[in-house]
Design a protein around this ligand. Structure first.
Ligand SMILES: *Cc1c(COP(=O)(O)O)cnc(C)c1O
Length: 434
């Protein structure tokens, strides 16, 4: 597998280099040089495959020899060891539950796969790998739990102070071992800016072997394609084949993976990008003008992103045919008030509790389906509602079943170092805590 930088398409790197560099020096993003259609035999068998089988076939197709089959199979069985069921809520409306992993969010797919890929490529005796990750909540938890105890790795998590939920903060700060947490006085974008600057800082790169775990890493994007195929396989078994996916979006990695799956031949009829008030992409789909903004805080805080880092990839996927993108993707944006209404409506209608991000996707899907009654809709549930307890009215909160993983964490002490958001301060923290 070869990958190029979106800022310099003529220079290519191997999969291993792209995984460890995370981002090219020229600040572009890595894209696979070729995204080929999966063979017909794969699609003929799709409805018979399990999730690990699909994951293996898709990864093998994309990686194209970068990891031998036998090793790849073992790696996938270790990484993708939880389910992603599609649940019918009403006729033609399904929820794809992506919260059955250790951190209770879809980011477990990316983080577990990536940590095992990195660990696979690390040679004995090599310098410790330092993973820097900015999080608005869910990324950090998934990465912390994904890397916890993985030899020769250390994870440094940056999260915006006061802007993550209690359970998220526990997942970030109670791990110990090779995981440390920094709480930053600022927004998620400020955290992300610190990480991005660290990657281009000569002194830090000389001292540490730095890598990123954010959704810009290609090893996080690839495993997110698996559950689109797997969801489609489940719908085929239910007799459905004309399917739209509605994805609650922030950095646009999740929906970007869906578009990769589409490029590989998955016949998805429509993508619906659902956002909170951070409407950069829905506004673009409406007006044709792409205008990144500063992020605003919402109750769906994992999507508080004004300048989605994966958008460049999506633009590149469609660089030869921008019109195809605007017909394949529709965007909707909702306020916090509309999000709360949606949580209530889902509960009243189905006796089912959705997290705020998921609620936005449900609402967007229902709105889109008003004019597309013949298409089966799947909205992605990106996190378990128990991660956002403050959002729910008491009656709904009482209905949420808290999984075992959460109960175990509750008694552990939270440890985080507080920093201002100034790059020099962050840098000197890293240098003096080797
Ligand atoms: C990260 C996250 C999102 C947004 O996903 P992107 O890939 O950044 O678009 C949505 N919902 C939840 C719960 C998340 O953690």
């Amino acid at each position: 597998m070869k990958l190029y930088s979106t800022n310099n398409p003529s220079a290519t790197v191997s999969f291993q280099e792209a995984v460890f560099n995370s981002m090219p020096q020229d600040k572009g993003l890595y894209m696979p040089e070729q995204i080929k259609r999966l063979p017909d035999s794969f699609f003929e068998e799709l409805s018979n495959y399990t999730l690990p089988q699909i994951a293996f076939e898709v990864a093998r197709h994309m990686l194209n020899g970068a990891i031998p089959d036998h090793d790849l199979q073992a790696l996938i069985e270790d990484a993708i060891n939880f389910d992603a069921p599609v649940v019918e809520l009403e006729k033609e409306v399904y929820v794809l539950e992506l919260f059955h992993g250790p951190s209770l969010a879809f980011k477990d797919f990316g983080a577990r796969f990536m940590s095992r890929i990195m660990s696979y490529f690390l040679q004995d005796g090599e310098k410790q790998l330092d993973v820097l990750v900015a999080t608005s909540g869910d990324t950090g938890g998934a990465v912390a739990l994904g890397f916890l105890g993985v030899p020769n790795t250390r994870v440094t998590i940056l999260y915006p102070k006061g802007k993550v939920s209690d359970i998220q903060e526990q997942q970030l700060t109670t791990n110990g071992q090779n995981i440390r947490a920094l709480t930053i006085d600022g927004t998620f974008d400020d955290c992300q800016a610190l990480v991005k600057q660290a990657f281009v800082d000569a002194e830090l790169n000389k001292t540490f072997r730095l890598t990123s775990a954010n959704s810009i890493n290609i090893a996080r994007l690839i495993p997110q394609t698996f559950y689109y195929f797997n969801a489609y396989a489940q719908l085929l078994r239910a007799g459905k084949s004309k399917v739209a996916f509605c994805v609650p979006s922030g950095n646009f990695g999740n929906i970007g993976a869906g578009l990769l799956a589409w490029k590989m031949g998955l016949p998805i009829a429509q993508f619906i990008a659902a956002t909170n008030a951070n409407d950069t992409v829905p506004a673009f789909l409406k007006t044709g003008i792409y205008e990144p903004k500063a992020s605003v805080a919402t109750i769906a805080n994992a999507m508080d992103v004004g300048n989605p880092s994966n958008w460049v990839r999506i633009a590149y996927l469609f660089k030869d045919d921008a019109a195809a993108l605007t017909s394949l993707m529709t965007g909707y944006t909702y306020t916090d008030e509309q999000t709360r209404e949606a949580i209530q409506q889902v509960f009243d209608k189905y006796n089912y509790v959705v997290c705020p991000h998921t609620a936005i996707a449900w609402r967007a899907l229902k709105e889109w389906q008003k004019e597309h009654t013949d298409v089966t809709g799947v909205f992605l549930s990106t996190a378990h509602p128990c991660k956002f307890p403050d959002v729910f009215p008491e009656k709904i909160a009482a209905f949420i079943k808290v999984p075992e993983q959460v109960k175990e964490m509750e008694n552990k002490e939270k440890v985080a170092v507080s920093l201002s958001g100034d790059f020099e301060e962050f840098k000197s923290y890293l240098l003096s805590n080797q």
